[in-house]
Design a protein around this ligand. Structure first.
Ligand code: PLP
Length: 357
């Protein structure tokens, strides 16, 4: 099966095979990682290696903490405002899709939310021109969603925020290409697309931004307390942490983020080139803002959608149904998707268009 699901998504086959080989007995320990105490030296080494490898592949500067948390990206966009308000009165949010909208709604419970820019009137098919953003110089942070998973819209460079910390929900494009972490105050991402199994959420945060959470913040959601306890204030999601560590090693062995980024660019270009070359399928997103991770497309005749999906399934191509809010199709082609997988989809699309078009 070639899995185009938006998440949880396909994992690298080499990683799955290693998990299988180590499942019952992790490296001669006589135990599965699932059974280990998170305080034992075996798991401590797994956790520390994962952080070390992540720091290395993403080039995370020493003045940033890396946290391995629970609660998913939804948890993080909920805990974020209480952690980063820092005595300010509000936050800037730039809306380029549904996830940013949901995040802004949560922030509204802790302060005034200024929607600095939004492309909702254009059905989230583009990034609003940075020159038109109405940023508040006193905002606690500016929140963006670098890749909107549902709409297939991606930032291809970081916006300038005039010294106000930039906060990013990178759930669906983290580790998909080289990244300059120093441009961000905080990055968060649920694991289940480019990192590992669901259940773990990564937060990369500049040290000076933590330690000033609003007093009512529960300890378990306080980034400072989690940082001080190496993300083990309570039992962490050990198994997801372990698999994430294997994925970081896989990235290292596959050319690092530069190599991964080139592969991702080639995969996305192949699919967009085909879509743009004919009239049967269409992608609605402004070309400069198209995502390399999630590629939504519609069929000229929506009555053929069910047929398309049925045939795709029979051809071993799964997870192509578009999000219920936008309809049509969506091919999610994260890091673990191979060029062969994308080619198989293009061949199927061509054949479907030839017989039904
Ligand atoms: N943010 C983005 C960009 C996402 O794609 C998703 C899930 O698909 C979420 C947030 C929600 O993630 P979670 O289910 O981990 O809360």
């Amino acid at each position: 099966i070639v899995n185009f699901s938006a998440g949880p998504a396909t994992l690298p086959l080499a990683v799955l095979e290693q998990v299988q080989a180590e499942l019952l007995d992790w490296r001669g320990s006589g135990m599965s990682v699932m059974e280990m105490s998170h305080r034992d030296k075996e798991f401590m080494s797994i956790a520390q290696d994962a952080e070390k490898d992540l720091r290395e592949i993403a080039g995370i500067p020493a003045n940033y903490k890396v946290l391995f948390l629970q609660g998913g990206a939804t948890g993080q966009f909920t805990f974020l405002p209480m952690n980063l308000l820092r005595g300010k009165t509000g936050f800037d949010y730039v809306l380029t899709g549904d996830w940013g909208k949901k995040a802004a709604k949560e922030a509204g419970k802790y302060g005034k939310v200024n929607i600095a820019a939004s492309s909702e009137a254009d059905k989230f098919t583009r990034i609003p021109d940075v020159k038109t953003w109405k940023l508040d110089p006193n905002a606690a942070y500016v929140h963006i969603t670098p890749n909107e998973t549902i709409h297939g819209v991606e930032f291809h460079q970081e916006p300038e925020t005039n010294g106000v910390p930039l906060v990013a929900d990178m759930s669906s494009n983290i580790l998909s290409r080289p990244i300059d972490i120093s441009k961000y105050g905080l990055i968060y991402a649920g694991a289940q697309k480019n990192i590992g199994p669901s259940g773990i959420t990564i937060v990369i945060v500049r040290e000076d931004l933590i330690g000033q959470a609003v007093p009512s913040t529960p300890g378990i959601f306080d980034y400072k307390q989690m940082a001080d306890n190496e993300s083990m204030l309570n039992t962490p999601p050990c198994f997801s942490w372990y698999v994430s560590g294997l994925v970081f090693k896989w990235i290292k062995e596959n050319g690092g983020l530069a190599g991964i980024g080139e592969r991702n660019a080639r995969k996305a270009a192949a699919l967009y080139d085909y879509i743009d070359s004919q009239d049967f399928y269409r992608n609605p997103v402004a070309k400069a803002d198209r995502s390399r991770m999630n590629i939504p497309f519609t069929l000229a005749n929506a009555e053929l959608d069910a047929d398309f999906l049925k045939g795709a399934k029979a051809a071993g191509l799964s997870g192509l149904k578009g999000h219920r809010s936008v309809g049509g199709m969506r091919a999610s082609i994260y890091n673990a998707m191979t060029q062969e997988g994308v080619n198989a989809l293009i061949e199927y699309m061509k054949e479907f268009a030839r017989t039904k078009g």
